[in-house]
Design a protein around this ligand. Structure first.
Ligand code: ARG
Length: 449
């Protein structure tokens, strides 16, 4: 089949297959956004006199039909069609003729894919923020629910000091707040309009880039057209860093879960139907969910490096291998969203062991508590330390197993309200409403502008 760019020569099939690669499948995820970009671009073309009102109405009516088809799952990129940009333009031209051939004035696939990606990334980041928020609330609920249940704290994986389920769950909740600060930075870098940079050097048409920026609900634009093109790769790398930050939190939670589920710890348990069995050992209840999560999240942490390696020595300007970034980043969104859902689901079903510290091997957890009590009764710290140390050495250590921690963020004063306020603050910094409103207007009534 012919290409958008084909004049006379047919490209070699091997070359075509090698260069198109997985684009047909991956581009489907950007299809709705490709149409949104074209709605904004054509509205702008009409405003600067490059498309008349009749053509605009025809083009936009058909673009909206395609948009609805995409939303309903009735859209494929046909065999022999290079990418989503070609597919949409081809459909338009087949259905409405010459008007369809006018939409690409002042645009290149280079800035078209840039804007599609940014719109797609925005929607994925929004999903991630929402799902992270749900997991956060689950963790805070568990932290509050089990705030009085003590847990051994470890340093060097050796029994150290008393901790609690309140602290443990709350720690991961607070971790997610900082992770969303990273996502917010990625969102801000993503939420700038590259459309109008064309092949990467602008256009001799008097494009109105401010108008497409508003129509697409972007906060601002990538002003410099050369920089707009450099955003390909950079945006992906920054997003990968943000995803990787959440992934690191989930991976750490996953290894804690595997450890705490082990019989040697037995701090937490799950209903049998959430664990998996062994084909040979009839007693097994394995934490496979957390193990798969650990693996996926560890792999995700390699992503910023993957992307850096793929883009590190590229000069400014467009290069075809930028296309490959889709192959690594798109599946990462799906994986991370899956992991957020599964973590939430598992935590809804977790049970905690309420009597862990009754086991004598945890008595030494209270050594510092005992030292501190002596200090509060007037003994200098170093003397108290020595006295308790001797009791331990001589086997006379009989601690009182109550803890009284009162400072901010400690067992007795978790600061969950403060942590929740910090979460709300970061979530409110994402201007999702503005974006949703812009998209609604674009799909709803842009031809009547
Ligand atoms: N599939 C291509 C990509 O993702 C679309 C842009 C093609 N541009 C080009 N100059 N060949 O980069």
């Amino acid at each position: 089949m012919s290409k958008l760019w084909q004049k006379t020569t047919n490209v070699d099939t091997l070359v075509e297959n090698f260069t198109v690669g997985h684009d047909r499948e991956l581009d489907r995820q950007m299809a709705a956004f490709d149409v949104l970009g074209s709605l904004a671009h054509t509205t702008m073309l009409q405003s600067i006199g490059l498309m008349d009102a009749a053509d605009l109405a025809l083009v936009q009516r058909e673009l909206k039909v395609i948009y609805a088809d995409i939303q309903n799952g009735n859209f494929t990129i046909e065999e022999g069609v290079e990418d989503v940009h070609s597919q949409v333009e081809m459909l338009l031209t087949q259905r409405i003729g010459d008007a369809g051939k006018k939409i690409h004035s002042g645009r290149s696939r280079n800035d078209q894919v840039l804007v599609d990606l940014k719109l797609f990334f925005r929607s994925q980041l929004q999903q991630i923020v929402e799902d992270t928020g749900k997991l956060f609330r689950q963790l805070i609920d568990l932290s509050e629910q089990h705030k009085d249940v003590l847990l051994p704290g470890y340093t060097h994986l050796q029994v150290a000091m008393p901790s609690s389920f309140g602290l443990w769950f709350g720690a991961y909740a607070e971790g997610l707040v900082d992770d969303l600060e990273m996502v917010l930075a990625a969102w801000k870098i993503t939420n700038k309009n590259p459309l109008g940079s064309a092949a990467g050097y602008g256009s001799s048409f008097p494009l109105n880039r401010t108008l497409t920026t508003q129509l697409l609900g972007f906060e601002s634009l990538n002003h410099n057209v050369v920089y707009a093109q450099m955003g390909r790769g950079k945006t992906e790398r920054v997003i990968a860093q943000a995803l990787s930050s959440i992934a690191a939190t989930l991976a750490k939670m996953a290894i804690d879960q595997c450890l705490y589920l082990s019989q040697n710890f037995a701090f937490v348990s799950y209903p049998e139907n959430l664990t998996t069995g062994s084909s040979i050992m009839p007693h097994k209840k394995n934490p496979d969910v957390w193990e798969i999560m650990r693996g996926k999240c560890n792999r995700m942490q390699a992503l910023p490096n993957d992307i850096a390696m793929m883009t590190t020595n590229l000069p400014s300007g467009y290069h075809r291998e930028l296309q490959l970034l889709k192959e690594v980043l798109f599946p990462a969104f799906t994986d991370l969203i899956d992991c957020l859902h599964m973590a939430n689901f598992m935590l809804q079903n977790i049970s905690v062991n309420k009597n862990i510290l009754d086991d004598p091997k945890y008595a030494y957890l209270f050594s510092v508590e005992e030292v501190n009590k002596a200090v509060l009764n007037g003994t200098p710290f170093r003397d108290a330390y020595k006295q308790i140390g001797l009791e331990i050495e001589q086997g006379n250590f009989n601690p009182d197993k109550t803890v009284n921690h009162t400072h901010e963020g400690s067992i007795g004063n978790l600061n969950n309200a403060e942590i929740t306020a910090a979460m709300e603050k970061v979530v409110q910094s994402f201007d999702f409403k503005k974006v949703e409103q812009a998209i609604k207007e674009l799909v709803g009534k842009s031809e009547s502008r």
